[in-house]
Structures are given as C-alpha cells and as structure tokens.
Design a protein around this ligand. Sequence first.
Ligand SMILES: [Zn+2]
Length: 330
Amino acid sequence: MLPFKLVYSDDYYLPIGAHVFPAEKYRRIHDRLLETGVAETSDFVTPQPASDQDVLLVHTPAYVHKLKTGTLSAREELELEVPYSPELVEAFWMAAGGSILAADYALQNRIAFNIGGGFHHAFPDHGEGFCMIHDVAVAIRRIQHEGRIVRAMTVDCDVHQGNGTAVIFAGGPIARGPFPAAGHWMQSSSPTGQMRSSHAEDVFTISLHQLNNYPVFKPPSSLDLNLPDGMGDGEYLACLGNALSLGLSKFDPELICYIAGADPYREDQLGGLSLTIEGLKKRDALVFQIVKAERIPVMVTLAGGYAQNLEDTVTIHCNTVIAAKEIFTV
Ligand SMILES: [Zn+2]
C-alpha cells in the first residue's frame, strides 16, 4: 500500500479522436501501476467533478458560459487544439475535481497525486494547447477560498512554458529583472532565467521549459528558466535544483503543485529537450527530496507527454509515482 493517495477517474479520458494527445494514457497509467504492483486498488480514490463555482474562482463567467452552452467561436475552438464537445467539458471538470481532491489529500498526507490534470495552458477567459480549464489553479483557489492555506507554489517541469499559470497568478507590475544566478549562464545555448521583480503575494510560479517551443509569447512567471534545445539530464537537474532553492529562498509556500510533464523526454514529438527516462525519474526524485526536507506538502499532476511510443510516456508518468513511493515510504 502506498503512503499516499492516487486520485483517478476513468472519466479523465478525453474524447478527442485520433490526436497527438494520447487520451488513453490516464487509464494506461492506472492499469500499469496495478499490474506492476506499484499500487493497490485501495490506493486509488475517485474524484467528483469540480463545481461551476470552483471553476469560476479562476475562469470568467463568459468563458464558462460558452463552454457549458457550446458557444465557443471557431477561432476559440481552433486555439484549444482539441475538438469541442459537451463530453470534453465533463472530462475537464472531472480533471479539475481530481486536482481539488489531490490538493486536499496532499495537505493531509504530505503528498498526493492526480493521475491526470496539469492543464497549464488554460487562461481565465480562453483555452489553448489542449487545455480547456486550469485544474491546478482551480484547486489552489478552492483551498485558499476555504481558508486552508494562504501561499502556494507551482513547479512546472512540462517542456512547454506554463503561460496560463503565469497569467492567472500574475500580480503587481510585470517588471523583469535579471535572474540573480544567471551570471555564469550567459553563454549562448545556455539556460537563461528571469525572475519577476514582484509577483503575486499568494502564489509563486516557477516554470522550467524549452525556450524555442510553444507558447511563442511567454508571459512571465515568478521565475522562468528558459532552456536551450537539446539540454540533457545533468544540466537540467542542476537548473531545477537552482530554481527550487532560489524560489524557496524568496517564498514560503504551504503547498507545492508539481506539474510533472513527461514531454522533456528526448523522444517526445512536441518537445526538444533530451532528457532520458532515467533522468526524468531523477528530476521527480529531486523535487520530492526537496519538498520532503522542507516539509512542504506536494500535489502532483501529470501534464503533457507525447512520446513516439506511448509506452514510454506511461513509463515516465508511472516513474513519478515510483519515485514518490521510494522517497515517502519510511
Ligand atoms: Zn507540454
């Protein structure tokens, strides 16, 4: 039995037909975790869909109305990059409910997973890049609204920048200063960092992502690490360690939301970094070791993963659970 809960629903499946987004990955991860003995049936808990009131803590009434009534414009549907249907709306509301439940369990048990979610490209008034609504932001706002926490941090390790997260939690004037540790990183093809001179008081957002990739316009997170094409395991882990120690020196979160994208993988179809499957597991372990040492609860979501071979994406996501099991089992 795992020392934490895995929130999962068969209804996470996204009814989008043949698509680069592997909609069946959630069920495949669930099944693999059971088949390999990593998890037992009793480790899984089933969420309820988020309520509209929860979703409205992040998204505009006009956008929610369009989603519920099927009245997105053709341009809005194009931007979403997945075909609209009422069933798709239900799947995204369920993913958001899953992140709410995972945040709830994380506060009780130090760590919890949503075997779904991580839809970090959703904005308050529109969806983009396969993301209709921002489940992680909905979960943060819901538990803040309940008065259970004040300060949260997002740690986004998907290969694509968390543009929706950055905009939702933007606070104060967007004046960029140089990343304090950037001095020795200034060579071309080296990572560059930007830290906002001010950020939202209640949510600190960190994003490590490939610079030359979607989204073209990257609204500033509290801390952005812009990584060059082809970066491998060693450099990536060094950047992640630096980003976490800098972020945690500036901000004292009561909950960390780790967005554990599988797409920094070297064989990802939509990514251009060069992490190995082993390197990605070390990435997960690094995050878990730090949050455990700092005694900060962590809620994990999956986000992207578009490997040529779906089995690799499933392996990378399952490894995140295995890394947590190894670190949190005492
Ligand atoms: Zn991604």
